[in-house]
Design a protein around this ligand. Structure first.
Ligand code: MG
Length: 485
């Protein structure tokens, strides 16, 4: 019966190739494509997506037969599980629904951008209503237990439920509030306003890539409006950053963040490339990698000692501060209204706000018109600050205009799992001090990367760390770091 799996894998190779093409098309769209190329690129992308959908749907009968086979090993079981999830989605959600979402979001992104710039939620709300409706429809069609939002969570992070998130938040929110209230931080820092020259900052970022020992023949870094990572294969992984010209922390930490994503992509099992399990398991686990490198490693005292000489070499204005001042500058905790500028502590509270609002929009307990006020109330309740406008409130994130509901919690899962890695890795300080990042990479490969998607996220964590999402480790990490100042 080996023949059946072989036949599935042979068909899947075309899906892999289409995914490869889609990644490259998307990377190009965000980096080098001339502006007017967007419309046709959008059409071409939609066509390729459709092709992929049809190939996967054509595999249904074989996948169902393969699933009934006895004595499958974990890799084959994993492949069948991943394919069944894709088949389930494509079978339950008609291509018309996807097209409808695609059409509305191409308008909504433009309208949202303008609405945010002019603080005009009303111009965006009719589109948001339709996007919420489509997502409710997707949740109904996919099916769920207990809460319709669970259907959307599962699409984004296999097996994640509102119960998991409620329990994570009940563990973590009091600790965060405690850290925030006991940590005294400057309300402003003069470095935030200092401008840098892009070419100087590029040199810093290139040095960071070398410190992190990224393999140059398999890796590159470019510039885009929003930093991201794309893995074309284990031997071609690309990241981007952006240069805002002010507050050098942002570009620097975006490079470390994306390098964390890239290390995952580079260390996926090469022998499983071109198969359904040769890819990262989920957005939340992916985010745990980026946040582990960015926050746990990148914002540690030990790492600051390594980068300090590079900063002073290329950025003159850093010379008047010592390492400890730079360390503190990198770790200012300050409740604020904007998620993307949030520190690693209060960031989680921004997710709590979005989680509650999404959940209630999807179960219909609030309307889109009520959402801006609820946003502000929840910001006050969780973060302790009230946005002065919708632009700094409900209009700040790009996600909903792109149709995405249920993906914000991935960032929280990322922090929780990064906390778990921190508590399990041992000797981390020594690895950083000795710049022994290959040991860190080895640990991550051993516990997470080598498995690709063979096991769903919760099972992977149980196998590698003995437990599923446990926010206690993140709580401990935050207490240790911020309450021992
Ligand atoms: Mg990320």
């Amino acid at each position: 019966m080996v023949g059946l799996i072989d036949s599935i894998l042979q068909k899947y190779e075309s899906v892999w190739a289409l995914n490869h093409a889609l990644s490259l098309m998307n990377w190009d769209l965000e980096t080098y494509m001339p502006e007017d190329g967007a419309a046709r690129r959008g059409e071409a992308t939609a066509s390729v997506e459709l092709l992929k959908r049809n190939i996967i749907l054509s595999m249904r009968e074989e996948v169902e037969r393969a699933a009934k086979q006895e004595g499958l090993d974990d890799i084959n079981k994993g492949m069948i599980r991943v394919l069944k999830r894709q088949l389930d989605f494509y079978t339950k959600i008609p291509s018309e629904t996807i097209e409808k979402l695609y059409r509305i979001t191409s308008t909504a992104s433009v309208v949202w951008r303008k609405a945010r710039a002019t603080n005009d939620f009303k111009s965006f709300s009719p589109l948001l209503k339709t996007i919420v409706e489509i997502n409710r429809e997707i949740a109904e069609k996919m099916g769920y237990t207990k809460h319709p939002y669970n259907a959307l969570l599962d699409i984004n992070e296999e097996g994640l439920t509102t119960e998991d998130l409620d329990s994570i938040l009940s563990q973590i929110v009091p600790v965060i509030k405690d850290v925030v209230s006991k940590t005294h931080m400057p309300s402003k820092h003069e470095l935030e306003k200092v401008r840098y020259k892009e070419e100087d900052m590029r040199r810093v970022n290139e040095s960071l890539i070398d410190i992190l020992q990224m393999p140059r023949k398999k890796f590159r870094m470019d510039v885009s409006a929003h930093p991201f990572t794309v893995g074309m294969s284990v031997s071609d992984v690309r990241i981007t950053t952006r240069y805002e010209g002010i507050d050098f922390r942002s570009t620097m930490f975006s490079v470390i963040h994306e390098a964390g994503h890239a290390i995952y992509e580079l260390q996926l099992p090469s022998e499983l490339e071109k198969t359904p399990v040769g890819v990262a398991v989920s957005g939340g686990i992916h985010e745990s990698q980026s946040r582990f490198w960015e926050n746990v490693i990148g914002r540690s005292r030990e790492f600051v000692e390594i980068v300090y000489p590079i900063l002073t070499k290329y950025l003159d204005f850093v010379k008047k501060y010592d390492h400890e001042e730079i360390y503190r500058y990198f770790n200012i905790v300050r409740p604020s209204t904007i998620r993307v500028d949030a520190d690693e502590v209060t960031y989680n509270l921004h997710i709590a706000v979005r989680y509650e609002i999404e959940k209630r929009l999807i179960d219909g307990s609030i309307s889109v018109d009520e959402a801006p006020e609820l946003w502000n109330e929840l910001m006050e309740k969780y973060v302790g600050v009230r946005p002065s406008s919708d632009s700094d409130g409900i209009l700040q994130d790009i996600h909903w205009s792109g149709g995405a509901f249920g993906s914000f919690p991935n960032y929280l899962i990322g922090n929780v799992v990064a906390g778990m890695i921190y508590s399990k890795i041992g000797k981390l300080r020594r690895y950083i001090t000795e710049q022994d990042f290959s040991s860190v990479k080895g640990f991550l490969k051993d516990k997470i990367h080598q498995y690709g998607s063979i096991y769903p996220p919760k099972e992977l964590l149980k196998r590698s760390f003995g437990e599923s999402y446990n926010a206690e480790h993140l709580a401990m990490y935050l207490r240790e770091k911020y309450l021992s100042y």
